[in-house]
Write a protein that binds this ligand. Structure first.
Ligand code: OAD
Length: 239
């Protein structure tokens, strides 16, 4: 199926989810064997869970951050980086992922709307910093020196994702919106396809399975991200 049916494409927004990193060996959240299987996200990924059992939350995020050293970016991350580097128009990449595989795959710009595993945030002075080693309730903030305030710099349920104004502006002016490897369960990201359509964009979903918002897309590409993103990028760069 060809993408460019005569449409003039100058501005592209790509949204990625856990599925883009699945073939690198990082578990998704909701697939069989996923991160949330046997776990209630409300016991981990909320401010209330952190207040109730910080040790559990520190362990979960330290383990996920340490896992990044064991995995490599895959062909989908690299193809998206190539698109960003070579497409003659604009390409805005927004990810729900807290891993760093887009950056390591060569992407020059990545908007992390759900934060980053490799960063911590100080609840006392609000300073952000790189998380170079395991941290817990005893760790001190490099900025204010206080201990007990550090938390993963990730967006939890009930919190507002980062960069929403910038993302909204990009969606309002894009001609092509592509969602890769996301289940369409978690808002506001799940609503981006509708925003892009309202702005007149062509919308394409890349996913081996149906998502919760599959019906909102003009075009579905069923298959793994490594294959389907590579094909899509070839089409866009060739056109
Ligand atoms: P999910 O785990 O909900 O969905 C992953 C999606 O990737 C599914 O639709 C799979 O079918 C698809 N998938 C699996 N393998 C794939 C592959 N090889 N290629 C392409 N797609 C594949 O993950 P997200 O939609 O990213 O938020 O989850 C959204 C948010 O929910 C996360 O950012 C996280 C989570 O709770 C917070 O923690 C705030």
């Amino acid at each position: 199926m060809s993408l460019v049916t005569g449409a003039r494409i100058e501005r592209i927004v790509i949204l990625t989810g856990a599925g883009v990193s699945a073939e690198s060996g990082l578990n998704t959240f909701r697939d069989a064997g996923g991160l949330w299987e046997g776990l209630d996200p409300m016991d981990i990924a909320t401010p209330q869970a952190f207040a109730r059992d910080p040790a559990l939350v520190y362990r979960f995020y330290n383990a996920r951050r340490n896992q990044l050293a064991q995995v490599q970016p895959n062909a989908a991350h690299r193809a998206l980086a190539r698109l960003q580097a070579q497409f003659p128009g604009e390409v805005f990449l927004v990810t729900q992922n807290v891993d760093d595989l887009h950056e390591r795959g060569g992407s020059p710009q990545v908007c992390h709307m759900h934060g980053e595993l490799r960063r911590v945030l100080c609840g006392v002075c609000r300073a952000g910093a790189a998380a170079r080693e395991d941290y817990d309730a005893r760790s001190r903030c490099a900025q204010c020196g206080e201990s007990g305030g550090l938390r993963p710099d990730v967006v939890w349920f009930g919190e507002i994702p980062y960069h929403m104004q910038v993302i909204g502006a990009q969606l309002a002016r894009c001609d092509l919106f592509v969602a890769v490897g996301t289940s369409g369960v978690v808002y506001p990201a799940a609503g981006f396809v509708r925003e892009a359509r309202a702005a007149g964009a062509l919308t394409v979903e890349v996913n081996p399975e149906l998502s919760e918002v599959t019906g909102c897309f003009h075009q579905q590409r069923r298959g793994p991200a490594t294959r389907e993103v590579a094909v899509l990028v070839e089409e866009l760069l060739g056109s």
